[in-house]
Design a protein around this ligand. Structure first.
Ligand code: NDP
Ligand code: 2IT
Length: 460
């Protein structure tokens, strides 16, 4: 063995030991947080080659620091329903990392919300936001409040109570929330109104995802779904393919799903299935998006209603069975861990060509490994769904400049951001010896920028 070889071997061993040691520490410190541990595991596995080349990250304790949130705020949210009954929910904001800018990330209202889910989402946001190339740090918040079946007034009262407490910790240069599951422009509107009332002024840049008629950006609603499709479009070019003529399935029927379906259709794909938590619909003629938009965006109904208007379509009351439908491209756009090993096996058996993660961490580690082993093109969430937060950062810019870009300008910028993210992922994967592995590429490219800032900013 030459001297150089033995240095490489030593560096590799040191890097592996470091990653192993810190992962054990993270496990010990967060024993019950399975989603958070899953997200850290994936990152740690990707970063081994980085630490072998960058011992300064080890001496600066970057991994120990980056896995511990700067601050977690947990609070009581008391509110009254329409019958005058008092309810108490739990509110969260995880302010994970501010080395690249103000904390930035969505708010989720869903009964499953807990510390582990909040932390995994905020942790992933660090790398995603870094990948956009924009000056945004990372956070996430939410509550275990269930918006289903609540009246508009109940939503307003809950949201006002939630933001009354959170308003102490956020601000346009400090922490800028946006939407996520269960939170759209209506909820953001109530949060924005209450925040301004408490502050006694108008602070446009404190939230993003606002109504474009009231301080929001055109194109934000479409951004995550469109961005996911733009990213997959880049991936497909490797195989000389495009969306044109492909059969696509998209899980969920919320904000991300609807606009992923819209862009895929615009690019010539046939989208045959989508879902909600109750089940999935299959329409061999191709989903009628106007019906889905009306049912979901206007009437707040279940996806099962679709079959009443489209008699050829089928409804199945098991949302996870959507992955048994043969398709060329699958876009999971509902929630975490919706594609497990069983679902992945079905997709692979049906010769799926590409997966684009519109949701956050929709594939389990086992599912991801299966896709990679079987040569399926795989676009990881941190990269593929970064379009939403990227346009949020554009909304912050427009708010600061007190002007509005046109929908075309925003879409053009979004398209460019997604192409740049794709290139950064490809380059990082190449540079660290794993060509074509976009999971490693996204994790590494996202990490490097934050790690350098953490070194530059000194210990914190
Ligand atoms: P929405 O609330 O608009 O829609 C969520 C959709 O997913 C609904 O169809 C919902 O069905 C379904 N869903 C939610 N939870 C579950 C579950 N546990 N099991 C099965 N289906 C479920 O949320 P978004 O579209 O905004 O978010 C979807 C995903 O995209 C999330 O992972 C989110 O973190 C991620 N994301 C969102 C961004 C954004 O800009 N909004 C940006 C980047 C990522 P039902 O109505 O029955 O609950
Ligand atoms: O997961 C996400 O990136 C979001 N929910 C959007 C965050 C944002 O600040 O726009």
């Amino acid at each position: 063995m030459t001297k150089l070889d033995s240095i490489h071997t030593d560096n590799k061993k040191r890097a592996n030991d470091y990653v192993h040691e810190v992962y054990e520490l993270v496990k010990k410190r967060n024993p019950d947080e399975k989603e958070f541990l899953q997200a850290t595991r994936e990152i740690f596995d990707s970063l081994r080659p980085v630490f072998a080349q960058h011992p300064e990250y080890i001496t600066n304790g970057i991994l120990e620091r980056i896995t511990e949130p700067e601050r977690i705020i947990t609070f009581r949210v008391a509110w009254e329903d329409d019958q005058g009954k008092v309810h108490v929910n739990r509110g969260f904001r995880v302010q994970f990392n501010s080395d690249l800018g103000p904390y930035k990330g969505g708010i989720r209202f869903h009964p499953s919300v807990n510390a582990s889910i909040m932390k995994f989402l905020a942790f992933e946001q660090i790398f995603k936001n870094s990948l956009t190339g924009q000056p945004i740090g990372a956070g996430k918040g939410g509550s275990d409040f269930d918006p289903k079946g609540k009246s508009d007034r109940e939503i307003m009262r809950f949201t006002q109570s939630f933001i009354t407490e959170l308003s102490k910790y956020i601000g346009p240069d400090r922490d800028v929330p946006a939407g996520d599951i269960g939170v759209g422009k209506r909820e953001i509107g109530y949060m924005f109104g209450q925040y301004n009332r408490l502050k006694g002024g108008y602070e446009a840049g404190v939230f993003t995802g606002k109504d474009p008629n009231h301080g929001g950006s055109l194109g934000r609603k479409e951004a995550t779904g469109y961005g996911t499709v733009y990213f997959v479009e880049e991936m497909l070019k490797v195989k000389n393919e495009s969306f044109d003529g492909q059969t696509v399935i998209v899980s969920g029927s919320g904000n991300v799903s609807i606009y992923a379906m819209e862009k895929a259709m615009q690019l010539g794909a046939k989208v045959v299935a989508c879902s909600d938590s109750g089940g999935y619909i299959y329409d061999e003629n191709g989903i009628n998006l106007d019906t889905v938009k009306r049912l979901k965006e206007v009437e707040n109904k279940r996806i099962s209603e679709y079959t009443k208007e489209h008699l050829q379509a089928e409804y199945h009351d098991d949302c996870s069975a959507i992955w048994s439908i043969p398709c060329d491209i699958a876009l999971p756009c509902a929630t975490q861990n919706e594609i497990d090993e069983i679902a992945a096996r079905m997709l692979v058996a049906n010769s799926v060509k590409a997966i684009g993660e519109g949701a956050n961490m929709p594939c389990t580690l086992e599912a991801m490994a299966l896709f990679q082993e079987n040569g399926v093109l795989f676009g990881p969430a941190k990269a593929a769904n970064a379009g939403g937060v990227a346009v949020s950062a554009m909304e912050m810019s427009q708010n600061s400049m007190r002007l509005s870009w046109t929908a075309e300008e925003v879409d053009e910028k979004l398209h460019l951001v997604m192409k740049n993210i794709y290139t950064s992922c490809v380059d990082a994967a190449d540079r660290f010896g794993h060509p074509g592995n976009l999971v490693m590429g996204a994790n590494i490219a996202g990490f490097l920028k934050v790690a350098d800032a953490m070194v530059a900013h000194g210990l914190s």
